[in-house]
Design a protein around this ligand. Structure first.
Ligand SMILES: Nc1nc2c(ncn2[C@@H]2O[C@H](COP(=O)(O)OP(=O)(O)OP(=O)(O)O)[C@@H](O)[C@H]2O)c(=O)[nH]1
Ligand SMILES: [Mg+2]
Length: 261
C-alpha cells in the first residue's frame, strides 16, 4: 500500500501515571495478548485501520521525567484516554493534577475517556472477557506466565502484583463514581456543558489489560466517537486542499532542471 494511504486520519492519545497499564492496554488491543512491558520512554504510536480510516494511537510515558513531552503528544488529538489504576487512588488524582493541563493542546472538540485499568485485581467479573464479536478472549498467549528468562532492560516496569498471579482480590481504591466525578470536573475545566457533552456512562470504563476485560469496548467506542472528527477533517481538507510539499518541490526541481538544461 502506498505510504500516503497510511497517513493517520485522526489521533488518539493514552495519558496517565507510570505503571497504570497504558502500554499493556495497547498490546492487548493490538496484539491480543498481555506481555511483560518496559516502562515507556518518550512515546510510541500504533496505527489502526478502522474501516476506511487510519487511526494513530499514541502511547505516552507516565514517568515524571517525560512530563514535558505530554502536551506535544496531545497536540491535535481527537481523543484522550486518561488512564488510572483502580487499586491506586493517587493514579486518579495525578490525572487531574499532572495530566489534564497537557490536553490543552488537543482539538477543541476532543473527546475524553476515563479508564480504570487492572480491574482483574478487584473485580471477579473482570476475569471473564469477550472480544468485540462476543467470543471469549484468547488468553493462551499470556506471556506473563512464561517461564523463559526475561531480558532485563535498564528501566524495567515493576512486575504485576503477586495478587494478580494468585487470584487474591485487592482493595479497590477508586470507584466508578470517583471516575464519573472526575469526568464532570474535566468538562468544567474545559468550559463544557454537561448536558451537551457525552454522558459519563459512555466514556468511563473499567478495564483489564491482563484478561482483556472491556478493552475492545474501550478502543472501539473511542473509534466510533472520533468518526465525526475524521469526516470534518476530510471535509475541511477538500474545501482547502493542502499542497503536498514533497510533490510540488519534486515538480519544481524537475521543472528547474528542465529549464536549465
Ligand atoms: N493485574 C494487572 N496488571 C497489569 C494490568 N495492566 C498492566 N499491568 C501490569 O502493570 C505494570 C505496568 O504496566 P505498563 O503497561 O507498562 O504501564 P504503563 O502505564 O505503560 O507505564 P509507563 O510506560 O511507565 O507510563 C506491568 O507489570 C503490567 O504487567 C492489568 O490489567 N492487570
Ligand atoms: Mg508504558
Amino acid at each position: 500500500m502506498p505510504d500516503k494511504m497510511k497517513r493517520p486520519d485522526v489521533k488518539l492519545v493514552l495519558l496517565g501515571d507510570m505503571n497504570v497499564g497504558k502500554t499493556s492496554l495497547l498490546h492487548r488491543y493490538m496484539e491480543r495478548k498481555f506481555k511483560e512491558t518496559v516502562s515507556t520512554v518518550g512515546g510510541a504510536f500504533f496505527l489502526k485501520q478502522w474501516g476506511p480510516y487510519n487511526i494513530s494511537i499514541w502511547d505516552t510515558a507516565g514517568r515524571e521525567q517525560f512530563h514535558g513531552l505530554g502536551s506535544m503528544y496531545c497536540r491535535g488529538a481527537a481523543a484522550v484516554i486518561l488512564t488510572y489504576d483502580v487499586t491506586n487512588w493517587q493514579s486518579l488524582a495525578e490525572l487531574e493534577e499532572r495530566f489534564l493541563s497537557l490536553t490543552d493542546t488537543a482539538n477543541h472538540d476532543c473527546i475524553y475517556a476515563i479508564v480504570g485499568n487492572k480491574a482483574d485485581l478487584t473485580d471477579p467479573k473482570a476475569h471473564l472477557s469477550r472480544t468485540s464479536d462476543g467470543q471469549p478472549e484468547d488468553q493462551t498467549e499470556c506471556e506473563e506466565e512464561r517461564t523463559e528468562p526475561q531480558v532485563l532492560s535498564a528501566c524495567p516496569t515493576p512486575p504485576a502484583s503477586p495478587a494478580s498471579l494468585s487470584g487474591v482480590m485487592l482493595h479497590k481504591q477508586v470507584t466508578h463514581e470517583d471516575a464519573v466525578a472526575l469526568y464532570g470536573r474535566i468538562l468544567r475545566y474545559k468550559g463544557l456543558d454537561e448536558k451537551s457533552s457525552l454522558p459519563a456512562e459512555k466514556v468511563c470504563f473499567e478495564t483489564s489489560a491482563k484478561t482483556g476485560y472491556n478493552v475492545d469496548a474501550l478502543f472501539e467506542t473511542m473509534f466510533d466517537l472520533v468518526l465525526p472528527s475524521i469526516l470534518r477533517k476530510r471535509h475541511e481538507n477538500q474545501e482547502s486542499p493542502t499542497v503536498d510539499l514533497e510533490d510540488s518541490q519534486g515538480a519544481h526541481s524537475r521543472k528547474a532542471r528542465i529549464g536549465c538544461c
